[in-house]
Design a protein around this ligand. Structure first.
Ligand code: AMP
Length: 478
C-alpha cells in the first residue's frame, strides 16, 4: 500500500516507505527479470501509477519531468505489450517521439536495457548520424521506433516508413517540443497514426497548447501527476551571486570574471558542474574564455555537430571534463548523474528553465549547489523564479573582480550577506499539492524580489567590514 504524500518535506521518507514492488505492477516475468538486473529497487511514483494503467491499454497524460523515472514508466509497459506479435516491413508497431537527439538516444538505451530478454527490435531515427543500419532495420520491420519529430516526418515523406501500423505512440517532453516549435509536427504525426492507437503523453508542464493536443488526440486519458523529484528542491542549496557591472557594454565580460572568481572560491567542492547560458553564442564565447584561462571544460548546444555533442557528453559522464557549458535545449532531459554544482551564467528568462537547470544537481538523494549570477537588471526574471519555486532565493553581493580601483578607494566594500537558506522543509516546489493561491503568492514574491534586488544595492555599507550590527542597518534604512 502507498503512503500518500502530504507535503514535499515528507517526500524522501515516503519514497523509502513505499511498499509497492515491480512484481505488483502487472509486468511479465521476462521484463521483471530485466528490471531486476538493472538494479532498480522499487518503482518510482510515476512508474507505480502509470505502468498498471498503461498495461490496461489506457491513454495516459503523465505530468512529470526528467529524474522521476518517467522513461521506464513507458518503456516497460511497451516492451510488455509488444512482446507478443511481430513487426512488418516499414510498419513500426510503436513510435516514441523525443524533442532532442540526446533524449531520443537515452530513451533508446532504456528500451535496450529492459528488453534484453525479449526479441523486440528497435530503431533510432535522429538527425546528425548515419541511418543506413536504421533504415535497413525499418525495412525488415521494427517494434519500437524512437525518433525526433522532424526526422520521422522526413522519412515518412520519402516513403521509407508507414505509420498506419502504430499501436502505441509516446510523446516525451511535450513542453520542450512546444518550445522548439514541434507541435505542428506532432499533430501531423498523430493524424498519420490509427485513431485506435494507445497514447502515452508526457510533459513537465501543461501549457494551453499542450492541453489542446491532449484533448484532441487522447481518448479518455488517465492523468498521472508527480511532483518534481524531491531532490530538485529539497537537497539543493540555492544562491544568487549579485554583482554590479561597471558598464553595460562590458557586463558580459565582467560576468565571465565573476564566474571565474566563483569557480576559484568553490573549487574544492566541485566534483563536476554544468554552466548554463541563455544563448548558444555565449556558450561558445564562454568555452573559449574558460579554455583560455586553463579551466577544464567542454560545451554542448544545438548548433554543434552531433558527433561533438555525443563525444563531449560522454567525456563529461566519464569525468574527463569537469565543467560542461550548455544551452537549455541541449541539456534538457539528459540523465547525467552526480552533478555537484549547477551554475547559471545567465538568469534563465523562463522560470521553468531554472527548475530544469537546477534539477541537474541534487539527484538520486545527493545534495547539490545551484549558483546563479545576476545583476540588478535581472530582478524581474529572479522574481518570476521565486514565484514559481515558492521561496526567496538568497542573495549574496559580490565584488566585481574588475572593479578594483573603486574598491581600494573606498577601503574595501563590505557586504551584508543574506542568510543562505537551505532548509528544505520551508520550501515549496512547483507541482506541490498545495497550489491554492499560488498566483497571488507569485505576484507578491515577484514584487518582493524586485524590491529586494534593488534594496540589496542600498544595503552595501562602505568600509564597515562584514559584521554590520543589525541596529545600524535598520537605522540607516529608517
Ligand atoms: P528518467 O526520469 O526516466 O530520466 O530517469 C532518471 C534516472 O532514474 C535514470 O538514470 C534511470 O535509470 C533511473 N531510474 C528509473 N527508475 C528507477 C527506479 N525504479 N529505481 C531506481 N532508479 C531508477
Amino acid at each position: 500500500m502507498n503512503i500518500h504524500r502530504r507535503s514535499r518535506s515528507h517526500e524522501c521518507r515516503n519514497f523509502i516507505l513505499r511498499m509497492t514492488n515491480f512484481s505488483e505492477l502487472g509486468l511479465p516475468p521476462d521484463v521483471l527479470s530485466a528490471v531486476e538486473a538493472t538494479g532498480y529497487g522499487k518503482p518510482t511514483p510515476i512508474q507505480e501509477q502509470a505502468i498498471p494503467r498503461a498495461l490496461e491499454g489506457r491513454d495516459i497524460i503523465g505530468i512529470a519531468q526528467t529524474g522521476t523515472g518517467k522513461t521506464a514508466s513507458f518503456t516497460l509497459p511497451i516492451i510488455s505489450m509488444l512482446s507478443q506479435g511481430r513487426a512488418r516491413a516499414r510498419l513500426p508497431r510503436s513510435v516514441v517521439l523525443a524533442p532532442t537527439r540526446e533524449l531520443a538516444a537515452q530513451v533508446a538505451e532504456s528500451f535496450k536495457l529492459h528488453s534484453s530478454n525479449t526479441r523486440l527490435s528497435l530503431a533510432l531515427l535522429i538527425g546528425g548520424v548515419s541511418f543506413k543500419e536504421q533504415l535497413a532495420l525499418i525495412d525488415t520491420g521494427v517494434d519500437v521506433l524512437v525518433a525526433t519529430p522532424g526526422r520521422l516526418l522526413d522519412h515518412f515523406g520519402r516513403g521509407r516508413l508507414l505509420l498506419s501500423g502504430v499501436q502505441i505512440m509516446v510523446v516525451d517532453e511535450a513542453d520542450r517540443m512546444l518550445d522548439m516549435g514541434f507541435i505542428p509536427d506532432i499533430e501531423k504525426i498523430f493524424k498519420l497514426t490509427p485513431f485506435t492507437r494507445q497514447t502515452l503523453f508526457f510533459s513537465a508542464t501543461m501549457a494551453p497548447e499542450i492541453e489542446k493536443i491532449t484533448s484532441e488526440f487522447l481518448s479518455n486519458p488517465v492523468r498521472v501527476e508527480v511532483t518534481p523529484p524531491a531532490t530538485t528542491v529539497e537537497k539543493i542549496s540555492h544562491v544568487v551571486k549579485r554583482f554590479a557591472p561597471t558598464r553595460k557594454s562590458s557586463a558580459t565580460k565582467e560576468k565571465r570574471a565573476v564566474l571565474r572568481a566563483i569557480l576559484a572560491e568553490v573549487d574544492n567542492d566541485v566534483e563536476n558542474a554544468i554552466i548554463f547560458c541563455n544563448r548558444k553564442n555565449d556558450v561558445n564565447i564562454l568555452l573559449n574564455s574558460m579554455t583560455k584561462h586553463g579551466i577544464d571544460c567542454g560545451a554542448i548546444h544545438g548548433d554543434l555537430d552531433q558527433s561533438v555533442r555525443t563525444d563531449t557528453l560522454g567525456k563529461f559522464r566519464k569525468g574527463l571534463i569537469r565543467y560542461l557549458i550548455a544551452s537549455d535545449v541541449a541539456a534538457r532531459g539528459l540523465d547525467i548523474p552526480r552533478v555537484s554544482h549547477v551554475f547559471n551564467f545567465d538568469v534563465p528568462t523562463r522560470a521553468e528553465d531554472y527548475v530544469h537547470r537546477t534539477g541537474r544537481t541534487g539527484r538520486a538523494g545527493r545534495s547539490g549547489i545551484a549558483i546563479t549570477i545576476a545583476t540588478r537588471a535581472d530582478s524581474k526574471p529572479v522574481g518570476a523564479i521565486e514565484g514559481l519555486v515558492g521561496f526567496e532565493l538568497p542573495i549574496e553581493n559580490m565584488e566585481n573582480p574588475v572593479d578594483q580601483p573603486a574598491k581600494s578607494k573606498s577601503g574595501g566594500r563590505s557586504e551584508i550577506r543574506r542568510k543562505s537558506r537551505t532548509n528544505a522543509s520551508e520550501t515549496k516546489s512547483p507541482g506541490d499539492d498545495a497550489v491554492v493561491g499560488r498566483d497571488s503568492a507569485k505576484r507578491r514574491t515577484s514584487r518582493r524580489s524586485v524590491a529586494k534586488l534593488e534594496q540589496a544595492d542600498e544595503e552595501v555599507i562602505v568600509g564597515m567590514g562584514s559584521h554590520v550590527p543589525a541596529f545600524l542597518t535598520r537605522s540607516l534604512h529608517s
